[in-house]
Design a protein around this ligand. Structure first.
Ligand SMILES: CC(C)(COP(=O)(O)OP(=O)(O)OC[C@H]1O[C@@H](n2cnc3c(N)ncnc32)[C@H](O)[C@@H]1OP(=O)(O)O)[C@@H](O)C(=O)NCCC(=O)NCCS
Length: 187
């Protein structure tokens, strides 16, 4: 069973720590969101476009915990937040078997296996918590992210044209999904 916090060696001298974020992390998550919006053009919000307040972020994290409506994982290196993964689950009975995944890693740390580690841990946690389907949407030209999700078992479920409009240019989004099934019981 996957239990948090988890520590993974990264390179020769550092460790990636994965832990569940709570309301006390709201400010650092907002800072992270502002930073990644400047570092990547693939996200839903560009620099200065995300209007979430500290109070709203804190309330969101509190609600997630209270309702079992998913979780946010924080990835830290030497105490510094470098990656965030969210799994948000609807609470309605017909929808609560599924969750939507979002993942961002600070640009200085791309390509070191952080995204892959976090997503693999999130998938294991989701399965352990009884989730049966993970969904995500990714800009169709984000080849790195699509390659990562495919390597983790996600498959392409559809294409949504004109899903994003960035500085007047339209981009399609690929919808990807991963079914999670409990291991067969007994023989
Ligand atoms: C996409 C993202 C989350 C990947 O995180 P990461 O820590 O850099 O990824 P990893 O180092 O774990 O790479 C895992 C795999 O992803 C793929 N990958 C990652 N970056 C890639 C790139 N720039 N080009 C091609 N493949 C890439 C590779 O398949 C890699 O496999 P490998 O380990 O066999 O080389 C990160 O680059 C990021 O935050 N980008 C900006 C925000 C974003 O696009 N988020 C996804 C929105 S849906």
């Amino acid at each position: 069973m996957t239990r948090l916090p988890l520590k993974f060696p990264l390179g020769k001298r550092s460790f990636l720590t994965l832990a569940e974020a709570g309301p006390a992390d709201a400010a650092s998550l907002l800072t992270h969101a502002r930073q990644v919006a400047r570092e990547s053009d693939f996200l839903n919000a560009g620099p200065g476009e995300r209007a979430l307040t500290l109070a709203a972020q804190t309330a969101f994290l509190r609600r997630l915990r209270a309702n079992g409506a998913g979780f946010v994982l924080k990835g830290t290196l030497g105490g510094r937040l470098v990656a965030v993964l969210s799994l948000v689950r609807p609470t309605q009975p017909r929808l609560r078997h599924r969750a939507e995944l979002g993942l961002t890693v600070r640009a200085a740390h791309w390509g070191h296996g952080i995204g892959r580690r976090m997503a693999a841990v999130a998938i294991a946690l989701a399965a352990a918590r009884g989730l049966r389907k993970l969904n995500l949407r990714v800009r169709a030209d984000n080849r790195g992210a699509i390659g990562l999700y495919q390597a983790l078992g996600f498959s392409r479920e559809g294409l949504s044209p004109r899903a994003l409009c960035v500085r007047g240019r339209f981009f399609a989004e690929v919808m990807m999904g991963l079914c999670l099934d409990p291991p067969p019981t007994g023989a």
